[in-house]
Design a protein around this ligand. Structure first.
Ligand code: SAM
Length: 283
């Protein structure tokens, strides 16, 4: 694959996060982790030279691969060797309309897909935004298998007392796990840090019916993560401190705790209590 990129005169662009996977066995392990079936639609973000794409096309009903760098597309087509079940979209994965692309893919496929899966060796500069887009896309996503920096994977999968806004945001939508790590030597050019393959399986039922209210409370809580919740919530939600303390206590949460120590269930309980107290979403 590296040879093919070189033959097309492609010089990897750091600004687009271009570190191409060169270890065939690892590409297979990543695709295995996605548990793709023959009636599934797979979205790939940043197919690059096709290291993952060629395996995806062998397993999925249809693959939609979204690549921002037009210069890579001829080499990608070449690598895919005329596979019929793939659409290559030249575009920005942070801008494309996944629902529209899924509808178009379904028309070509001729029947509804059983599930939608996302697979990507993500360009690191779009990691958080891409994860957010995937989890909020409103398609029936069965799993997202994403190569990210190990440090990010560890933050996403953290548990109390090491939670962050990122961990709560991902775990609100799904269950993340680290499948395995990839050393820099398996990419061309080598990135500076170790990578990890993160798999997120969205929850069958949303954790809360009021996502907006939930995130308003969580964001207020994490606005000053080193401070006690009684202070951050009162300031962030513009509420009286006594009322915040009472809401925390009736949710079984000590008001002197910090945001990073709360579990998802505790945030949910707190949101419900605050909503009851205000008789509307906290604002
Ligand atoms: N999947 C290939 C692999 O595993 O070898 C390439 C992975 S490389 C880490 C990231 C890829 O994402 C590059 O091909 C890059 O051009 C592409 N890319 C960067 N930003 C993008 C964006 N906003 N939307 C879609 N693709 C993007």
């Amino acid at each position: 694959m590296t040879n093919r990129l070189k033959a097309y005169g492609i010089v990897p662009r750091k600004s687009l996060g271009q570190n191409f996977l060169i270890e065939e066995a690892t590409a297979r392990r990543i695709v295995d982790a996605a548990e793709i079936r023959s009636n599934d639609l797979v979205f790939e973000i940043g197919p690059g030279g096709g290291a993952l794409t060629k395996h995806l096309t062998k397993r999925a009903g249809r693959v939609v691969a979204i690549e921002l760098d037009q210069a890579l597309i001829p080499a990608l087509r070449d690598e895919l060797g005329g596979a019929q079940n793939v659409s290559i979209v030249h575009g920005d994965a942070l801008e494309v309309d996944f629902s529209r692309l899924a509808r178009e893919a379904e028309q070509v496929f001729g029947k509804p897909f059983d599930a939608v899966r996302f697979v990507a060796n993500l360009p690191y500069y779009i990691t958080s935004a891409a994860i957010r887009r995937i989890l909020e896309c409103r398609l029936p996503v069965a799993a997202a298998v994403l190569t990210v920096q190990t440090e990010v994977a560890e933050r996403v999968t953290a548990q109390p007392p090491h939670m962050s806004l990122l961990a709560v945001s991902v775990q609100f939508y799904g269950r993340p796990e680290i499948m395995f790590k990839i050393p820099p030597s398996q990419f061309y050019p080598q990135p500076e840090v170790e990578s990890a393959v993160l798999r997120i399986k969205p929850h069958a039922q949303p954790l809360s019916s009021d996502a907006q209210g939930f995130f308003r409370v969580v964001k207020a809580g994490f606005s000053q993560p080193r401070k006690q919740l009684r202070n951050t919530l009162a300031a962030g939600l513009g509420m009286d401190k006594a009322r915040v303390e009472s809401a925390l206590r009736s949710s079984g949460i000590d008001p002197s705790r910090r945001a990073e120590t709360l579990s998802l269930e505790e945030w949910e309980r707190l949101t419900l209590t605050l909503c009851q107290k205000q008789n509307r979403s906290p604002s």
